[in-house]
Design a protein around this ligand. Sequence first.
Ligand SMILES: [Cu+2]
Length: 443
Amino acid sequence: MRSRRDFFAFAGIAGGALAATSVARAALARLPEPVIETSAATRPPLQPSAGRPYRPVVTLNGWTLPFRMNRGVKEFHLVAEPVVREFAPGFKGNLWGYNGQSPGPTIEVVEGDKVRIFVTNNLPEMTSVHWHGQRLPSGMDGVTGLTQPGIPPGKTFVYEFMARRPGTFMYHPHTDEMVQLAMGMMGFWVTHPREKHPLISEVDRDFCVLLNAFDIDPGSFTPKIMTMLDFNVWAWNSRVFPAIDPLVVRHMDKVRIRIGNLTMTNHPIHLHGHEFLVTGSDGGPTPIGTRTYEVTQDIAVGQMRQIEFLADEEGDWAFHCHKSHHTMNAMGHDVPTMIGVDQSTLAGKINKLIPDYMVMGERGMKEMSEMEMPLPDNTIPMMTGFGPFGALGMGGMFSVVKVRRGQKRDDYSDPGWFKHPPGSVAYEYQGTPPKPIRSHSDH
Ligand SMILES: [Cu+2]
């Protein structure tokens, strides 16, 4: 649910001075009401309310910030503030973000638009916003100390520039970055081309995913901000599978997925069942002659990539980071390998020392995804997600591209699991397998 409560809260902060002078009232009148989103649901694409038309994007488990047109300038109001983000049902994080969520809302404009962004800081420390990848005046670049003073708590700064080139961008603080990025402060920015662009194709579906990572101890709510590499919550748009919504696509739709990486490591993002072209980065559209078909695209720290494909294969297609640890959730770390270790006698002995000790991993870790394990409150199971054939054994940076013939244009509602045509699913061999002949076997 969106609310405008923070507008009044903010007006309340400034209230004393405000009532007294008409100057302050006029200043407030220039501020667009901040729109606050309190849910982690995927919002339908936000059709532009004014200006040049464009086909809006869909931010998975996110939303687009409405703008106000003021004498030809698109005005947005971002509020940097502490937020509670639901990573998955049963697991919430105390994060910092914008307008009620982490990541913040996606900002969508058109090439050539004059843009004014009001940034109100409701955090306990100063912040700034850097508009990653934009051409803009140096003083609008948002680097505290270098191009501006930090925005103190309780204050609002104004950024103004023209969206000069079309593409896929991000915004994030350049103030106390280690803390503010670890706490979830980031958002997407999409600049649509002003007219048909030779290097930018028109697509039927256009998705946005920000890769982010957190280190939240099982049972706690606040990310550890000093962690450099060993994160345990690998997320897309501050959400973990199975709580990341599917990318629902109509059969034969042209699909674009824009992916940005604000974690501390690279992520090879892999799509099943289709080949895609990498059509752009934060540097802009990729020259046609350099494009190659891929099924995996590595995305380095601080990079953005646009991938595009024709969804011409019906089905449920996994779409995930290919680093296997990144499709695991809490507890994916510091667990000894126990494959092949007979723990049956061991457990009794250890139980005398540690009453709650649990035998695990003797036949691999898959059994963990099917087991009801006692976990601390506010913790995601290590691997979860159930499909039509049982436990998926995946979490974290994983989702499903659902390609369906029956899907209507612009319908993003979840069609459920794919109904495979008879005879098209891997099946069990019913005969007796022959004994393998081993050329170098003593037996
Ligand atoms: Cu990854």
